[in-house]
Design a protein around this ligand. Structure first.
Ligand code: INI
Length: 168
């Protein structure tokens, strides 16, 4: 039996508009995530004018700005970037929880592809490892997910009738 495969490419369409919502809190880390995301978009064919960088005070505020960005209808994909570090806050669980569940809420309510690149780590060392050192750059990863999901949504919109797609 073969199935119809529908998946998103990693090529940025010229018409795509991205909103990156980035927290200023822990900016030494988050700035590296932003660089990674911008680099990923550029290296997959995107141009600077296709990306808006929206800055918010902390990860708690990320879903609020994602929601506004989605409602503006100016964007095709959203990317959330931040760093919540357990060692530096007694309310880690609240901030990290709201960043994650709020971003998921916006994704489902807006219908826009929304990538979650908010680090939630126990230590600053773990955050450094995930923002451009030995564990890669989660900003880059999130941007790649946004590109793929944007193209997937477009492919689903243009999905062929049963039996007309490519088979695997
Ligand atoms: N915001 C973060 O993005 N990361 C953190 O680690 C953090 N800590 O440690 O508290 C943090 N707090 C601020 C929070 O996101 C809000 O900006 C603040 O509570 C005002 O609403």
């Amino acid at each position: 039996m073969s199935a119809t495969v529908i998946e998103g490419s990693l090529v940025v369409p010229a018409s795509a508009r991205f909103a990156i919502v980035a927290a200023r809190f822990n900016h030494l880390i988050v700035d590296r995530l932003v660089e990674g995301a911008l680099d990923a978009i550029a290296r997959h064919g995107g141009k600077a004018e296709q990306v808006s960088l929206i800055k918010v005070p902390g990860a708690w505020e990320i879903p609020q700005a994602l929601d506004r960005a989605a409602r503006s209808k100016k964007f095709d994909a959203l990317i959330a970037l931040g760093a919540v570090i357990r060692g530096s806050t007694p309310h880690f669980d609240f901030v990290a929880g709201e960043a994650a569940s709020g971003s998921a809420r916006v994704a489902s309510q807006s219908g826009l592809p929304t990538a979650f690149g908010v680090l939630t780590t126990d230590t600053i060392e773990q955050a450094i490892e995930r923002s451009g050192t030995k564990a890669g750059n989660k900003g880059w990863d999130a941007a790649l997910v946004a590109i793929e999901m944007l193209n997937l949504y477009r492919a689903l919109g243009e999905a062929p009738a049963l039996g007309e797609g490519k088979s695997a």
